[in-house]
Design a protein around this ligand. Structure first.
Ligand code: ATP
Ligand code: FE2
Length: 344
């Protein structure tokens, strides 16, 4: 870590953040007070799931336009390019080709604008933007997205992973099953829609091992159930959701009990699901705990969360020299030394 003390006294800190770990390319300018402007461009696979090289190709052809739109938008709000204090980017985890494309752009901007570079962990950015938007200080976090499903809590300078998926993320499980049903990517919202029409519970494997979870057997069971009874599509979607979300709620509740924490924060794209929110909300209410979820645009991948974590890191003097800015496709949140929170 390099300590730099160059923040302009009495001025707001402004960060340009770049996100492009998978399907969404996004750039945002953020201050301590607000998201000043955000621009994005979404990669939509023609068929099947996300193809890493195609997504990277999308990001590379859209980068110039997305960054220019974010900067022009910030200018429209009265903030000039010269006022940007640092460039933050998603260093990982994510798809290698996508990460490399965005990191290259971030390095080029950092060098040409002579502003420090800040490599941020994408998972922790999901958490910090949620804490910021919801005003929760020290929550147990359920982070559920395409590639990730983790329960985390902060302790002694790190976000500790208390439980996680042993195979695929819940979002990928939903997307895979949706693809099997012939639905386009992303499948999560389409499964939610179908599930709302289901009533009957079809047996699905409930796999919780200690604090960890597994979703691949569940996905296979849902495919098998559909092969046997295609007419029960809505019931199978309902049962898939009920089982997977009950597993997630169980592990989250145990983490809250073990850590004696009374706040719970939902993060990641799957957090948009109304049934998941309802289950977590009920669990929190029954425990006398508080349930927090940010606006949907801050649940899914977005540049603002990268810029905001960059801002926290810059203010604690935590920047990334170019020679240490290599991308980390398997970057885990507990690899990160949290420099911006008091050690509790
Ligand atoms: P990460 O790199 O953090 O894993 P990601 O690339 O998967 O992020 P996110 O935007 O955090 O991106 O999450 C996308 C996932 O969220 C997809 O799997 C998508 O199907 C799922 N999703 C979005 N809306 C819903 C919904 N309403 N119900 C269930 N899943 C949803
Ligand atoms: Fe994400």
């Amino acid at each position: 870590m390099v300590k730099l003390f160059f923040l302009r006294k009495g001025f707001m800190t402004l960060i340009l953040g770049l996100e492009g770990t998978a399907w969404n390319l996004s750039a945002a300018v953020v201050s301590e007070e607000r998201v000043i402007y955000e621009a994005e461009s979404t990669y939509k696979p023609l068929h099947g799931g996300i193809h890493p090289r195609e997504a990277a190709q999308h990001h590379s052809s859209e980068l110039k336009s997305v960054v220019s739109r974010a900067l022009r938008g910030a200018e429209g709000e009265g903030y000039s390019l010269e006022e940007i204090d640092a460039i933050a980017f998603s260093q990982g985890p994510g798809m290698g080709p996508c990460l490399r494309t965005v990191a290259t752009a971030a390095r080029a901007l950092s060098i040409s604008l002579k502003k420090p570079l800040i490599g941020v962990n994408h998972c922790i950015a999901h958490i910090e933007v949620g804490r910021w938007r919801c005003g929760t200080k020290d929550p147990v976090v359920l982070y559920v997205s395409g590639a990730n499903s983790q329960v985390l809590a902060y302790r002694s300078g790190r976000y500790r992973i208390l439980g996680e998926t042993l195979d695929i993320g819940i979002g990928n499980a939903l997307d895979k099953f949706a693809r099997y049903l012939g639905l386009s990517h992303p499948g999560g919202p389409k499964i939610e829609e179908l599930a709302s029409k289901g009533t009957k519970y079809v047996y699905m494997p409930y796999v919780v091992k200690g604090m960890d979870l597994s979703f691949s057997g569940l996905t296979t069971a849902a495919k098998d159930a559909f092969d046997s009874h295609p007419e029960e599509k809505a019931d199978i979607c309902h049962s898939f959701q009920e089982t997977a979300f009950a597993m997630l709620t169980e592990v989250t509740e145990r983490a809250m009990a073990h850590c004696c924490k009374d706040d719970m924060l939902l993060a990641g794209g799957v957090g948009a699901n109304r049934r998941l929110r309802q289950m977590l909300q009920t669990m929190c209410r029954d425990r006398g705990a508080r349930f927090y979820v940010p606006e949907t645009k801050y649940l899914k991948d977005n540049g603002a969360m990268i810029a905001y974590l960059g801002l926290l890191m810059l203010k604690s003097g935590d920047t990334t020299p170019i020679e240490k800015s290599e991308v980390k496709p398997n970057y885990r949140p507990d690899d990160v030394e949290v420099t911006w929170r008091a050690v509790e």
